[in-house]
Design a protein around this ligand. Sequence first.
Ligand code: GDP
Ligand code: MG
Length: 168
Amino acid sequence: DLEIAIKVVIVGNGAVGKSSMIQRYCKGSFTKDYKKTIGVDFLERQIKVEEEEVRLMLWDTAGQEEFDAITKAYYRGAQACVLAFSTTDRDSFVAINKWKKKVEDECGSIPMVLVQNKIDLIDQATVKPDEVESLARELRVRLYRTSVKEDLNVDQVFNYLVDQYLAI
Ligand code: GDP
Ligand code: MG
């Protein structure tokens, strides 16, 4: 059987919840005081899509995002991308354009999705719903609002990317 394996990179500023999202999706767990990195290059999860086994490899950054030093090895061969920011961190929202460009410079045009994480903290939001929706339209990417903590919409993000990837 031909196996489908998809390398997915999760990009965005530090502390938006990237490692937590990978952990949640691949291991089903969440922790509040989480090590800065998960200590491995990627975690994986296998799902079944229309009778096909699809293996998702979710690549984590080792916390280098603050130094703008994410290596080419991280991006190499990526076939789909999550652009992540936090509801409570305006800088992380403003940085999305930069992250998208970085991915496109390294990977060309691959399926992408915009993720507003920590939606459970909406009371402390530093971004307005309509400006997030505008950005998604401007970048021509679908928007998902997630809470990795509450396990809200996380599976949907990756299902969407797989659908986009298989539709190419
Ligand atoms: P990374 O630097 O982008 O990998 O971010 P981490 O995954 O290390 O998460 C940073 C902090 O945000 C950790 O304390 C997480 O527990 C917390 N966090 C991640 N996702 C959520 C979420 O959906 N809601 C809340 N309230 N906290 C979250
Ligand atoms: Mg991390």
